[in-house]
Design a protein around this ligand. Structure first.
Ligand SMILES: Cc1ncc(COP(=O)(O)O)c(C=O)c1O
Length: 444
């Protein structure tokens, strides 16, 4: 055991309980531990290693950039920064727009809101976000997030944030009878909130377009209706694509699923932007927002904004998604994965719903009772049986991620198909074992 357990504070864990293997290398979808084991990564770490681990092209680009120039502040130009901005604007269809580089997703969301407030002139304007969402962990980003884990750390009203119910069709807060209606009802609810406060009081709506970090996958009716409603009310729409971007939902950016009509006014990126080879986030602003901001001084400072090493990693990452056709691969393998997971659902009554699968991202929601949809444990708790399942999978060499009752399956886009099949076969066996455990507990 390394000294790390005694010396480091790790995120989302109690330090005295932290006890993870040390990773010393990786290749493709596999990680290598210090004690010589190979672990298949079924979550892309935190849904960020979309290109797999140690992607050779990205590693080479970082090395080459380090030899040329490690750092200049944004008071100076840097070649990879200029190149990456161009590539992002082209891939997103934000021609004539601009890019602000951050260090990750949290500060990208903070800056997107800052820019929306500045460009709209609604300096103290409200920001509408969703309950059961995650947008980061600084104070403002915690306020944006509808996350019960951190709800007592920040006061959304203080940050001029209001949360509305999500388009969670399986447990629709609007009691809609079908997915499509639930998506429309959620968008209508945002319209109602804007109208009630007055559009002039709203700086932006900030939401994930499709797959959500907290396990909600919006019905396809949601984003187009939300886009239409915000445009009609002259309110900026910010797409948080930190997790859903770079192929995770089968497109470069999840909103592209809905065509040019679905384009947001601002978009935030991180994670897959460099495939997590170096820390980097970005805010893309569309041409009309750029035209306003570019004549004003941006009262914001991040010493490492547009760090050349990270931008070089970003350029190589985008080239790799393109040359290896990973976006299309994610779409195709996502469909295969969805079919396979739906087969598991037929066999395992524990699976209440399988959703996602537009790319290599799927959510498996576990329930006690499929008819009543009673969750395996009350949200956001995790049932001890699910903890045991995750531990048994790791013991067998596969790392799955879960949040509450939800298994979030998001392997790197480069995962070998036989590895994906083996991992889902293992999940099949472990779900069978969990069902047997639960029925024994019930009988006892
Ligand atoms: C949708 C979404 N937004 C924002 C963030 C925060 O990004 P970061 O951890 O890079 O600050 C995350 C991270 O999980 C995320 O999934």
């Amino acid at each position: 055991m390394s000294s790390e357990a005694q010396t480091v504070l790790h995120t989302w864990s109690r330090p005295t309980e932290w006890n993870a293997p040390t990773i010393i290398g990786g290749t493709g979808a596999r990680l290598q531990t210090a004690d010589g084991r190979s672990i298949l990564d079924m979550s892309s770490l935190s849904e960020c290693s979309n290109l797999g681990h140690q992607h050779p092209r990205v590693v080479a680009a970082i090395r080459a950039q380090a030899q040329r120039l490690c750092f200049v502040t944004s008071a100076w130009g840097a070649e990879p920064r200029a190149r990456l901005a161009e590539m992002l604007l082209e891939k997103s269809g934000f021609e004539g727009g601009r890019v602000f580089f951050t260090l990750g997703g949290t500060d990208a969301n903070e800056h997107a809101v800052k820019f929306a407030r500045q460009a709209s002139g609604r300096t103290l304007g409200w920001v509408i976000t969703r309950q059961r969402s995650y947008h980061g962990c600084s104070y403002a980003a915690m306020a944006f997030s509808g996350d019960s884990r951190t709800a007592d750390q920040t006061d959304p009203a203080l940050h001029r944030v209001v949360h509305v119910p999500p388009p969670y069709a399986y447990r629709c807060p609007f009691r809609s009878s079908n997915e499509r209606a639930c998506g429309i009802a959620a968008a209508d609810c945002v319209s109602g909130e804007i109208d009630a406060r007055g559009p002039q009081q709203i700086a932006a709506v900030l939401m994930e377009p499709n797959a959500g970090t907290n396990g909600i996958v919006a019905p396809d009716s949601f984003w187009p209706a939300l886009r239409h409603a915000t445009r009609a009310r002259d309110v900026y729409l910010i797409a948080d694509e930190v997790m859903s971007g770079f192929g995770r939902c089968g497109e470069w950016f999840a909103w592209q699923r809905y065509g040019a009509e679905g384009r947001p006014d601002l978009m935030t990126l991180a994670k897959g932007l460099t495939g997590a080879h170096a820390p980097l986030g970005a805010v893309l602003v569309s041409a009309p927002v750029a035209r306003i901001l570019e004549t004003q001084v941006l009262m914001t400072g991040l010493t490492y904004s547009g760090h050349p090493l990270s931008c070089a990693a970003g350029v190589a990452a985008l080239e790799s998604y393109e040359s290896e056709q990973l976006i299309a691969r994610s779409r195709a393998l996502g469909a295969t994965m969805l079919t396979r997971l739906r087969e598991l659902q037929v066999r395992h009554a524990l699976i209440g719903e399988v959703r996602g699968g537009q790319g290599l991202f799927a959510v498996v929601e576990l329930v006690r009772d499929r008819t009543t949809r009673e969750p395996l444990a009350p949200w956001p708790q995790m049932h001890a049986g699910l903890r045991r399942l995750l531990a048994a999978a790791l013991e067998a060499g596969v790392s799955f991620a879960a949040r509450g009752n939800l298994l979030l399956i998001a392997p790197p886009l480069v995962i070998a198909e036989p590895d994906l099949t083996d991992a889902l076969d293992l999940l099949d066996r472990l779900l069978g074992a969990l069902a047997r455990e639960l029925s024994t507990e019930h009988a006892a």
